[in-house]
Design a protein around this ligand. Sequence first.
Ligand SMILES: *[C@@H]1O[C@H](CO)[C@@H](O)[C@H](O)[C@H]1NC(C)=O
Ligand SMILES: *[C@@H]1O[C@H](CO)[C@@H](O)[C@H](O)[C@H]1NC(C)=O
Ligand SMILES: *[C@@H]1O[C@H](CO)[C@@H](O)[C@H](O)[C@H]1NC(C)=O
Ligand SMILES: *[C@@H]1O[C@H](CO)[C@@H](O)[C@H](O)[C@H]1NC(C)=O
Ligand SMILES: *[C@@H]1O[C@H](CO)[C@@H](O)[C@H](O)[C@H]1NC(C)=O
Ligand SMILES: *[C@@H]1O[C@H](CO)[C@@H](O)[C@H](O)[C@H]1NC(C)=O
Ligand SMILES: [Zn+2]
Length: 298
Amino acid sequence: MGLLFFLQLFLVALLSGGAQHTHAWGTEGHYIVCKIAQSLLKENASKAVLDLLPKVAGGELGSVCSWADEIRYVYRWSYFLHFVNTPGVCDYNYSRDCHNPSGEKNMCAVGAISNFTAQLETYGDSSSDKYNLTESLMFLGHIVGDIHQPLHAGFLADLGGNRIRVQWYQELTNLHKVWDEKMIQKAMIDLYANNTDVMRKAIQSNLTEGWLDEILEWETCTKSVAIPDKYAAESVQLACDSAYKGVDQNSKLGDDYHSSRLPVVQKRIAQAGVRLATVLNRIFDKTAREKFSKIAVV
Ligand SMILES: *[C@@H]1O[C@H](CO)[C@@H](O)[C@H](O)[C@H]1NC(C)=O
Ligand SMILES: *[C@@H]1O[C@H](CO)[C@@H](O)[C@H](O)[C@H]1NC(C)=O
Ligand SMILES: *[C@@H]1O[C@H](CO)[C@@H](O)[C@H](O)[C@H]1NC(C)=O
Ligand SMILES: *[C@@H]1O[C@H](CO)[C@@H](O)[C@H](O)[C@H]1NC(C)=O
Ligand SMILES: *[C@@H]1O[C@H](CO)[C@@H](O)[C@H](O)[C@H]1NC(C)=O
Ligand SMILES: *[C@@H]1O[C@H](CO)[C@@H](O)[C@H](O)[C@H]1NC(C)=O
Ligand SMILES: [Zn+2]
């Protein structure tokens, strides 16, 4: 444990010199996504998740939903599974966009969601020996969150906003970080007593109020257990319409930006939570799974 920790610090120090992607919704965002998801699990999925969670999680999916960020410098192959970038366009295309820099197909957030979903579908079968399903679950919980952060499906040239320097109130940072963490942290302090659970409850209460009419559409999918292509397409559209909009190098961002974009952040967190629950419920419900795989791809 100690050694691994120091190794991580060393690698982080080594890599933090250059422009790099930061880590998707900060820990608060990932925690809220997974906490909402776990509360929406049906019996079989709930049991399977408890069975697969590592002991340190104490039965809380939310407590291990940032694990994938912690190990991304250790499992180097997983580094590119946290996002997908487009060549500066507002639409997303799997065969064009989903690969790592060395051109390996499927090595992006969309491919990863399919990968870890397929691995978890072996739960209870003999073929599950091939995988560490505890890790598959922790990856899936994390990456479903990531892909809903609009700048995790941003433009390649600016690394999803990582290369766009901005002044956020009195602080110099970059646009990606504003979306991963800064807007959530500011909302927590201003509106939610700086408490993640207070913010989570505010978002979650909208599932039965403000967004009630839309939830069915978030959950709907006829093709497969998960539809990560759709989540990515929505994100890049929101990157264009909201995240990048009106922002240039060295833009000053403050109350106007925060108040107009925070609702987008909160809704994406809610969608990620609802969809993660839907995917897990389908994975661990064998009857539903058969139904999905039988429906032809349209
Ligand atoms: C997606 O990209 C591939 C490869 O660049 C291209 O052949 C295909 O036509 C594109 N599909 C759409 C719908 O644009
Ligand atoms: C799928 O997961 C395995 C680890 O079980 C990993 O080696 C592989 O690179 C992953 N591929 C994608 C597309 O996520
Ligand atoms: C599965 O992964 C977890 C988290 O990395 C690790 O603690 C555990 O030892 C692994 N299990 C096996 C059987 O390798
Ligand atoms: C909010 O909480 C975080 C994490 O607990 C803490 O680091 C930060 O100082 C707090 N900020 C304020 C303004 O209370
Ligand atoms: C709840 O939903 C309304 C209507 O979409 C939205 O304006 C508001 O920002 C949402 N509140 C939270 C806490 O997400
Ligand atoms: C839940 O699990 C039990 C025991 O494995 C199984 O018999 C039942 O069919 C499952 N229910 C669903 C809806 O998958
Ligand atoms: Zn991430």
